[in-house]
Design a protein around this ligand. Structure first.
Ligand SMILES: Cc1cc2nc3c(=O)[nH]c(=O)nc-3n(C[C@H](O)[C@H](O)[C@H](O)COP(=O)(O)OP(=O)(O)OC[C@H]3O[C@@H](n4cnc5c(N)ncnc54)[C@H](O)[C@@H]3O)c2cc1C
Length: 479
């Protein structure tokens, strides 16, 4: 009743969508601690979510940083009534092309929704909708527990979960979304809604794969596990001479059919602009004792890499290693991706050649190509129909990670990435391209991202839960 009154008051009080007075419109209906700033105000940068990439970034007329669930309810209702487009974000890592189409919107900064509660007795973790993977690491380690996560500390846990959530513990525990037990969210009407396997199960199905399209999740509860190998992980890096590239790709290929759950392989191609040399590296990660990892490390050693570093680190330290540079803001950062079932050494060789030429002719380009080969056992143990996430048969995620600052490089970077993407798609082992949503570039057909078999139900649920298309500008499901 009170909320209804708020809506009427909000409507009556003000402003056109083209030039709303945000303070006047929202202030009476949010908590005093909620910060509001328009783009021209000095504190805008503190109120708005930070943005990871400068490439095709959304633009915001104003930002609002709510503190309580009721604040988000009011914000959604008032924005909807006044036709103000909005985007709820945390650290702004959602970077595909669609975000650049969000113009003059209202940013809802989820930064205050950062609670983390570990329940070691029932093996549950409950987080606020604005918690990063980095923020859960210490409380979990202290409790002797773990959960599968993405690899970088800066990424939003919920933001990543609702598109899939892939990472180095995937072989053992599966996709991050497979550990999700329930969410509490604000829907398009501004109502608080719970979704789980037993409450609003269809909505819960949709959230696990296309979640950004259905509401703003204020808290999420996950299944957690006892730490593997007391929380210790082995990470080994092997740089290879370019002349030995083929044997490196064939080694990775030998694990196409089967890879042990604790093993992760990440071959990558980068460039050292100081020495003007291509860096070709195979990283091996193993969740287990050194004795168990040794046979795999020996296999790589036998290929005569240039050198090797083998370390035992904690899971937290592993994340810190992965986050180095990756979390840096301010670059013109964009990604392309292909999901593959097969490693094709010829395609890898072509990529190496094309990238070498590109590195040499574009001295300010700092991009890389990495293939993330995680075990599929746990992911495949979940039936396909259980979630809207469509691509459980992907064995490895090819990631073209473009990093540069000069917009003049845009066209050349696109040409290179598209050329490589086409080649990897052709030899992926799949008939049609399978694109991991959280790594998508934004130019892919919806079928390739959400899956043709999932889209009809997703569209029907979208119509039911968000007929005004308030949510999901990052990769909209249309109907
Ligand atoms: C450096 C880096 C490393 C990455 N590493 C991995 C990785 O290892 N594994 C992996 O799977 N992905 C990874 N990603 C991709 C990442 O999962 C996606 O970019 C994801 O969308 C980021 O979510 P965010 O909340 O951090 O970003 P944001 O830009 O804040 O949000 C992204 C989208 O999610 C929505 N969203 C965020 N929070 C909520 C919420 N509480 N309720 C509803 N919607 C919400 C937003 O509205 C937006 O549409 C990485 C990305 C970057 C930039």
């Amino acid at each position: 009743m009170l909320n209804r009154l708020f809506q009427v008051l909000a409507l009556a009080s003000l402003a056109t969508a083209a030039d709303p007075n945000y303070e006047q419109l929202f202030r009476p209906f949010v908590s005093p601690e909620t910060e509001i700033a328009t783009f021209s105000e000095a504190d805008f940068a503190e109120v708005a979510s930070p943005r990871w990439s400068t490439w095709h970034a959304p633009t915001f007329q104003a930002a609002i940083k709510p503190v309580y669930e009721a604040d988000i309810q009011s914000i959604v209702r008032i924005a909807a009534r006044n036709h103000i487009p909005f985007l709820a974000t945390l650290n702004g890592h959602g970077g595909n092309d669609n975000y650049g189409r969000v113009q003059n919107a209202l940013n809802i900064n989820l930064g205050h929704f950062n609670s983390v509660t570990v329940d070691p007795v029932h093996n549950k973790l409950t987080v606020g909708g604005g918690v990063t993977f980095g923020e859960i690491a210490e409380p979990l380690a202290k409790a002797g527990k773990e959960i599968q996560t993405g690899n970088a500390v800066c990424v939003g846990m919920v933001g990543a979960t609702i598109g899939g959530g892939i990472g180095t513990l995937q072989g053992i525990h599966g996709l991050v979304l497979d550990s999700l037990l329930s969410v509490t969210m604000v829907d398009a009407k501004g109502d608080m809604v719970i979704a789980s396997k037993t409450v609003n199960p269809d909505l819960f199905w949709a959230i696990r794969g296309a979640g950004a399209n259905f509401g703003i999740i204020t808290s999420a509860t996950y299944q957690i596990h006892d730490q593997t190998n007391d929380g210790n992980v082995i990470i080994a890096n092997y740089p290879f001479p370019v002349s030995a590239s083929r044997s490196a790709w064939e080694f990775v290929q030998s694990y196409d059919e089967n890879i042990p759950a604790p093993l992760v392989l990440i071959p990558s191609i980068r460039y050292n602009h100081t020495t003007e040399e291509v860096i070709l590296q195979v990283s091996v990660i193993y969740y287990g004792p050194m004795a168990d990892a040794q046979p795999y490390l020996d296999q790589v050693e036998a290929l005569n890499p240039i050198s090797s570093t083998v370390e035992t680190v904690t899971q937290q330290e592993l994340k810190a290693i992965f986050s180095e540079g990756a979390c840096d803001r301010g670059n013109r950062h964009n990604v392309y991706t292909v999901g593959i079932k097969k490693t094709d050494p010829d395609t890898m060789e072509e990529a190496l050649q094309e990238m070498t030429e590109f590195f040499e002719t574009h001295p300010t380009y700092n991009g890389s190509l990495a293939i993330q080969r995680y075990g599929s056992q746990a992911m495949l143990a979940v039936p396909d129909e259980e979630t809207s996430y469509p691509w459980r048969e992907i064995n490895a995620y090819v990631l073209f990670d473009n990093i540069y600052t000069d917009p003049a490089l845009d066209a050349d970077v696109d040409d290179l990435s598209r050329s490589l993407r086409t080649k990897f798609e052709a030899t992926s082992g799949f008939k049609d391209p399978q694109i991991y949503l959280n790594y998508a570039h934004g130019d892919e057909p919806l079928n390739q991202v959400y899956g043709a078999s999932k889209l009809p139900k997703l569209r029907a649920l979208k119509k039911l839960w968000d007929p005004q298309h308030l949510f999901g500008a990052g990769y909209p499901i249309d109907y």
